[in-house]
Design a protein around this ligand. Sequence first.
Ligand code: ADP
Length: 517
Amino acid sequence: MFDAAPLLRDVFGFDAFRPGQEEIARAVAEGENVLAIMPTGGGKSLCFQLPALMREGVTVVISPLIALMRDQVRGLQEAGVEAGALTSGNTSEETEAVWQALEAGRLKLLYMAPERLASGAAMGMLRRIGVSLIAVDEAHCVSQWGHDFRPDYLRIGELRRALGVPLAAFTATADAETQAEIIAKLFDGEEPRSFLRGFDRPNIHLAFAAKDSPRRQILEFAGARRGQSGIVYCGTRAKTETLAQALREDGHSACHYHGGMEAEDRRIVETCFAREDGLIVVATVAFGMGIDKPDIRWVAHADLPKSIEAYYQEIGRAGRDGGPAETLTLYGPDDIRLRRSQIDEGLAPPERRAADHARLNALLGLAEALTCRRQTLLGYFGETEVSCGKCDLCDSPAERFDGTTAVRMALSAMLRTEEWFGATHLIDILLGNQTDKIRERRHDQLPTYGVGTEWNRAQWQAIFRQMMGRDLVRPDPERHGALRMTEAALPILRGEAEIELRKDTVRKAARRPAVKA
Ligand code: ADP
């Protein structure tokens, strides 16, 4: 029977489990192989510490973060649990004490840095001492594509085979590719019981808006939240400086922050942000790691983030105290082009690039979502059955219209020009405009010339953006960003499928023609 309530209260001092903790801890305690994905701060450590106390023998915890291990060991010891760590940070006395506790069979939790697994002596010791469970923290470190790859993590699979005990892997990285790699490398491809919990941050309001005049849109958003601490994320370093300036001119207290600044200057911004109320930091993604301010009331993206994971992480910095927090993400066709070309021009191998495109597509799908954003976002992370009421689309559902004719016209214009042009020229064709490019290429002779005058340029831009968001068309870097169709567009083009588009962005576009900031 799994009755963890007394331990939870008496040892850890908690009244209740957080979302997901109980079912994960139960599966681990019952000896199942487990892969648990929870966001940072979700309370992963309890999910292996508690079972460690319920099981016979020693639980080995592998973690790459020495400071964190020492912290956890100290916490457990203070709670009266026999725990120890073997890391390069130890004094020889500490190591000796751990060995003695192990030999005496007293230790319940043994924390180890992955490097230790390289030594035959450590492996031999682990075989002798009666390990009953292996817990792996930061399990994504086994992923060779990730930023945190630790070659020694690859030895963990070997350890599991050698000891023949259950393994519980924990990470905050939720993408499918990383999960597959963890399963392959740590569990030899044998499916563990997987849990994905706690990704919902119900106090954060989600909103997206088509970018028409980003400076004005950000000033409006910040202006409605005067005196509250917030972060504005920008795609370029230069923009952080100009936007911070614009916010100051508008009476806000605002600083910029990016990776090109002196370390000293960056530290000053970090400290001011932590201490002061109501400071706005306009930053690149360099600002984030290690910001531990609980009362950030809003996060705005002046440019589209690079993936759905990055979006989730960046907005997740708001409202850590559980109080209401608001977010706004602006996006436009230029963002989509920029993000695509960053992926294509990067040095990553082709399969990695395909995965990056998919992560970007997921974000674009979220931007152009027709129904609840929270459900769309969490659905991507595998969490279903989420209730919301806290996003712009729940506030006012998107009106839709049958966009089949418009999309078909656009696709047909692409087809007639052999997919060699970008949206601007395609829109000129659809609108029947006379430009030099149209005349030179004799595109005024095409059957699609001038067929789209039911919509104006701004509306067509919104239609093309939605087509990109739904991944019907993609810019081709080998054709200077000319739009090309994806497989998904073919049924619509052939007349076999219809498509609904969001009316609001198309209608809004009509009221306010696109202006560059
Ligand atoms: P993670 O490893 O997932 O980032 P931690 O395990 O460090 O998160 O937990 C984050 C914080 O939440 C810690 O301060 C921990 O004490 C606290 N915590 C964990 N579980 C609970 C709970 N059931 N009730 C209250 N606080 C909890």
